[in-house]
Design a protein around this ligand. Structure first.
Ligand code: BMA
Length: 334
């Protein structure tokens, strides 16, 4: 295995980070937490299932925005806090976004909200999610305290999903990955990038990567917030294969150019994690591993990935950032 100590990303230390070493004999680049799932489907009384959720370091612990599908099967976002990143206190009621200004009030009729991402950027935590506005598109909002949330304009026209912000401006612009789609269980999908001067108006849309082969042959979509490394932005992304029994969601990673992030430099041909554990194979939607957050400890390069299992539960996996970067470089097919 490559060295895990020679990389120092510009990322703060993570307090109380849940961490387990790879078991002896395990040669996977990413390995699962032994106590998965960390959040069960009934963790919140009002919920049918809790999965595809985004976590960020906050205060002396962590905060998160959780996808909680209700017992009426409405897809909703709930706010949560934790000291250790494993044991979570998640609100029973969904987040009620406050429109940032009067015009945003025009788009606030609630349809659905799912698959959140949380990105610390400049002075606040931005939240992006799949937001219903006459069909799915990318909602944008922010919070500073994970109590009060403000909603901004949707980034795009419907239909679009998997809006994922970069954690800093690039060439002076905000940058977001996204995935144009349709109104259903989209059987296609490539990753695009858009930029904005103000987080409201998005343009200069660029193709980044398309669906390719095997585990990523039907569609792909950006996962956690990209991680800045010396070798490019590390983008963990999900890929979908269509089997006789439906979609199979796995994840891999790519490295994008630091200054021109619409240029993919490397892309893992094999997956990093595919649905193979019982809680990824069995649930409301079988065979789904869907990553929405990846936290890196700046001192050790330890990486903790939060992902949804089978559209039912929240799971953790671990890796060393440098090992993931090396794996992507040495197993790349663009
Ligand atoms: C996608 C999204 C994800 C979900 C996946 C598998 O279209 O809805 O939230 O995990 O399908 O059902």
């Amino acid at each position: 295995m490559p060295s895990k100590t020679d990389f120092q990303p510009v990322i703060p230390s993570l307090p109380n980070i849940p961490w387990e070493e790879r078991l002896a004999g395990n040669r996977d680049v990413i390995w699962r937490f032994s106590q998965n799932p960390i959040i069960n489907h009934d963790h919140v009384p009002s919920s049918n299932s809790i999965f595809n959720s985004a976590i960020a370091p906050f205060g002396d612990g962590y905060a998160g925005v959780f996808r909680c599908d209700s017992k009426t099967r409405q897809m909703q976002l709930h706010s949560g806090r934790s000291r250790d990143g494993i044991n979570w206190d998640i609100k029973n009621e969904r987040i009620q976004f406050i429109p940032e200004d009067k015009r945003v009030g025009e788009i606030m009729a609630f349809e659905h909200a799912y698959d959140p991402r949380v990105c610390w950027l400049e002075d606040r935590y931005y939240v992006t999610w799949c937001n219903g506005y006459h069909g799915p598109t990318v909602g944008v909002g922010y919070t500073t305290d994970f109590e009060t949330y403000y909603q901004m304009e949707n980034a795009y026209l419907p239909f679009n999903r998997n809006g994922v912000l970069f954690p800093r401006r690039i060439n002076g612009k905000y940058v977001m990955l996204n995935r144009p789609s349709d109104n259903g269980h989209t059987p296609f999908g490539d990753i695009y990038l858009s930029e904005s001067p103000d987080m409201v108006h998005w343009g200069r849309h660029r193709f980044v990567m398309g669906a390719s082969q095997g585990w990523q042959s039907t569609k792909i979509g950006a996962g956690p917030i990209p991680i800045e490394t010396d070798e490019g932005w590390l983008l963990v992304y999900h890929g979908v294969l269509t089997s006789c029994n439906g979609f199979v969601y796995s994840f891999g990673a790519a490295l994008l150019d630091l200054d021109e992030p619409w240029k993919a430099l490397y892309r893992s041909e094999p997956y990093l994690l595919a649905p193979q554990a019982p809680y990824e194979r069995t649930g409301d939607v079988p065979n789904v591993a869907f990553p929405c957050a990846a936290l890196v400890d700046g001192e050790t390069g330890r990486m903790t990935i939060y992902y949804g299992g089978a559209d039912t539960v929240v799971c953790l996996a671990f890796a060393y950032l440098q090992e993931v970067v090396d794996f992507v470089k040495s197993n790349s097919k663009l």
